[in-house]
Design a protein around this ligand. Structure first.
Ligand code: ATP
Ligand code: MG
Length: 390
């Protein structure tokens, strides 16, 4: 008998031919995140991913928080795996598992059995009734409740037998990497890390881009974005961050545009650079943390005037969310504390007191065309990107 962790994942999304690719990717992510903890092996058995420790005790307190946070994991269940599927063995193991997890009894419970091998001499219901009766008979203070039990003891008969009774919920969503790839414009703020998380949760592989403008933005601001990317890798397994040196581009825009229009041009330059990085990396969309009405560049007119800078779709997963809802998610995923560290980003340094809220797209585009050398500066910035991997 072995202690195991059963990993349940977004199976519905995985009926197609990509299923094994996505499963293998999830397995690789789990292996990667458990790297450094000795003895753990991750494998597949009939539609389940399982984690075991081949060398010693299974440290659930350490392993569960790591695995349950990986995107696409719907839930994890600590349990046991054993070979002998005879009814005597099922009874014995079920009782042992029950006593270990509920040493004081005092709960209502129900046994649910799933068998993939229909040749088993008893039906699922018969096994459940038998095993349930045995536990009841050998434990004090228990009650069966088939309608609304506090504990559901699961018996699963596959190539091996599995018993578990606790289900710890993950973030759900679709398995990471099953929905293509997108490039997130990651600033040091509260919003864009949440946008990145939500996009990744839909199964989209993400890479991140940060526009760095030293000396106007500090090393601390850059470190903060790196810390945010590292935090996001808890959910994705790994993440690539492009740090784009944007000072020259920004100064060029600063020199050639009126202050109230500066943010619009800057955002357009970010989209242009982001698009170049995305297309180099087989990524098919940009993602930003814009939320309608939050700041001047997030009015409908501004979004219209900004979006034409790039052909690639720009996704704004937070566009209709209230700030408090965004903050709640940021707290939940552990990015909030990093995001609120004091810093200055490239927009706050150059931004006008009263930025234009209703820019005209045609005017912006014609002004932009007259800024000599801007495209070349953006190309150069992208070329000189520093890549950090977490
Ligand atoms: P956030 O909280 O994500 O910083 P915000 O409310 O501060 O957003 P803005 O500063 O206008 O709003 O930024 C809007 C979006 O533009 C950000 O969510 C991010 O996607 C992108 N962005 C802004 N500045 C940068 C930057 N320096 N590097 C990368 N992306 C940026
Ligand atoms: Mg910001």
């Amino acid at each position: 008998m072995k202690n195991v962790l059963l990993v349940k994942y977004g199976e519905i999304a995985m009926r197609g031919k990509n299923r094994y690719l996505v499963e293998n990717r999830l397995i690789r992510t789990i292996i990667k995140r458990l790297d450094g903890y000795t003895g753990y092996r991750v494998y597949k058995e009939q539609g389940r991913i399982l984690v075991v420790n081949e060398e010693g005790d299974f440290d659930y307190d350490t392993v569960i928080p790591i695995v349950v946070n990986i995107l696409g994991v719907v839930a994890v269940c600590p349990g046991i795996e054993f070979e002998d599927q005879s009814i005597e063995s099922l009874r014995r193991h079920a009782l042992m598992h029950f006593k270990e997890h509920f040493p004081n009894g005092g709960v209502t419970f129900k046994v649910i059995t799933r068998r993939s091998d229909k040749r088993y001499p008893m039906t699922g219901n018969e096994i459940s009734a038998d095993v349930g009766g045995y536990i009841l008979h050998n434990t004090d203070g228990l009650k069966v409740d088939v309608h609304d039990p506090e504990v559901q003891l699961m018996v699963e008969l596959r190539n091996n037998a599995y018993i578990y009774s606790k289900l710890i919920k993950g973030h759900g969503g679709l398995p990471y990497g099953s929905s293509g790839k997108a490039t997130v414009l990651l600033s040091g703020g509260i919003d864009s890390p949440v946008a990145a998380f939500l996009t990744a949760k839909r199964g989209v592989e993400i890479e991140a881009v940060y526009f760095d403008s030293p000396p106007y933005t500090s090393e601390r601001a850059k470190q903060k974005v790196m810390d945010l990317a590292e935090r996001l890798s808890v959910f994705t397994g790994s993440i690539k961050l492009y740090i784009v040196p944007f000072t020259k581009t920004q100064l060029c825009i600063y020199e050639h545009t009126p202050p109230e229009k500066m943010t619009i041009f800057l955002k357009r330059a970010m989209l242009k650079a982001g698009e170049k990085i995305a297309l180099k990396n087989k990524s098919h969309a940009l993602v930003t943390g814009d939320s309608i009405g939050q700041v001047a560049s997030q009015t409908m007119e501004a979004i219209y005037a900004i979006d034409s800078a790039a052909e690639i779709p720009v996704l704004r997963p937070l566009c209709a969310m209230d700030k408090q809802d965004i903050v709640d998610i940021a707290v939940d995923i552990g990015t909030f504390d990093i995001s609120v560290r004091p810093y200055e980003d490239c927009c706050t340094v150059f931004v006008a007191k009263h930025p234009e809220t209703k820019p005209k797209k045609s005017i912006i585009e014609s002004m932009e065309r007259k800024i000599e050398g801007l495209e070349e500066l953006i190309d150069e910035a992208v070329e000189n990107s520093e890549i950090v991997e977490f």
